[in-house]
Design a protein around this ligand. Sequence first.
Ligand SMILES: [Zn+2]
Length: 145
Amino acid sequence: MFSTDHVFQRLALSPFRQRFHLGPREYLYCQTKGPDTLSQHAADFIARRLAPAEPEHDGKQTPMRGHPVFIAQHATATCCRGCLEKWHQIPAHAEMTKMQQDYAVAVIMRWLNLEMQRPAPATKPQKLQQKRPAKPDEAQQLDLL
Ligand SMILES: [Zn+2]
């Protein structure tokens, strides 16, 4: 295991990991549930989906949406045993210790906390407004009133 500071410095350099953010629903869920419930959920997901020596469907056990902790797991490379080994030096094919599980929860909670410092995401997916501008003629034809 590394220090969480060290891990976050490395995650910041990964365009893939940096892509993940909470959507409006997950953001609201975090606001409603609060840190205690979220860390319980994180501990539960880790214990059930990651901690066994050979987790079921390893590499695919963490959905891409549906719970803020899932997104946090992809963002922090705590999504599967392969990523845990590569990014966090938690060896695969061995049951995770309590300390390793607590560490993974701490990483997830740190990410969620950072994410909640950001402004709430827009409720509608924002489409890029950079389509070619309407030609002046067309714009005038639409201006009926
Ligand atoms: Zn993974």
